[in-house]
Unconditional design. Sequence first.
Length: 90
Amino acid sequence: MKEIDALVYPFARLIEVLRHIGEKLPDGERIGAYATPQDVLRRDVEELRPLRELKLGIIYMGVESGDDEVLEKGGKDVHRAQIVAAGRKV
């Protein structure tokens, strides 16, 4: 099974998917999605707000370390400061 980070989707398509989920599961309290810190940072806060309004209430980021050297050795292509900024943004 291939995992796809939700924030990679084109914004209009992501809105469409979240609306569809809301229509099919109206009693759902929260939708969760995977995203990389880089994907979060590529989105404006103004794009993230409507996603929250459509019940995207939690974003899982694969943060294996807060150490830049470990992140580099692991091929994560992200630095600690970017992870922190992405977390604060969402």
